[in-house]
Design a protein around this ligand. Structure first.
Ligand SMILES: [Zn+2]
Length: 151
């Protein structure tokens, strides 16, 4: 009995070791933080050919973590290196052309509107000098983990 179980396990293992499959788990790249995340969608080759790796990145989206911030009323300002990012003729930067420095600033949507004097997109790319300007403008009470002074 023990021996049969052993060979069963070997067979199962061999099957799952196949690198290509006709199904794949869809992933997107987050336009804000640049991380890859699962969309929880399953993609299928319509001709059932084993064409896929385990994961397939299909495009850009917003990861659950960043989406949560947007839902909480924040916009995300993504700092980029302008010399390494490619601008479109209208000055906008597409997620795939942005070279992220890794700095992400979250600002309440209403606050951002006042700072920039214009409604901002949920996810905007900013230059490092804008980051510096913003950080100097940030009111102290916006900072997290504020300790109430006990007088
Ligand atoms: Zn994200």
């Amino acid at each position: 009995m023990g021996k049969e179980n052993e060979s069963m396990r070997t067979m199962t293992q061999r099957t799952s070791n196949c690198t290509k499959s006709y199904v794949t788990l869809e992933q997107n790249v987050c336009g804000a933080c640049g991380k890859t995340f699962d969309t929880n969608a399953l993609l299928m080759d319509m001709r059932l050919r084993d064409t896929f790796e385990h994961h397939t990145v299909t495009g850009f989206g917003t990861c659950p973590k960043c989406q949560k911030k947007l839902d909480d009323g924040f916009i995300l300002l993504i700092e980029i290196d302008p010399s390494k990012s490619e601008r479109m003729p209208n000055g906008n930067i597409r997620p795939q052309d942005a070279y992220r420095t890794g700095v992400v600033i979250q600002v309440k949507r209403e606050v951002a509107k006042n700072i920039f004097n214009t409604p901002m997109q949920d996810i905007s790319f900013i230059d490092p000098d804008v980051t510096a300007k913003l950080q100097s403008m940030m009111p102290k009470e916006e900072k997290e983990n504020k300790d109430e002074p006990t007088a």
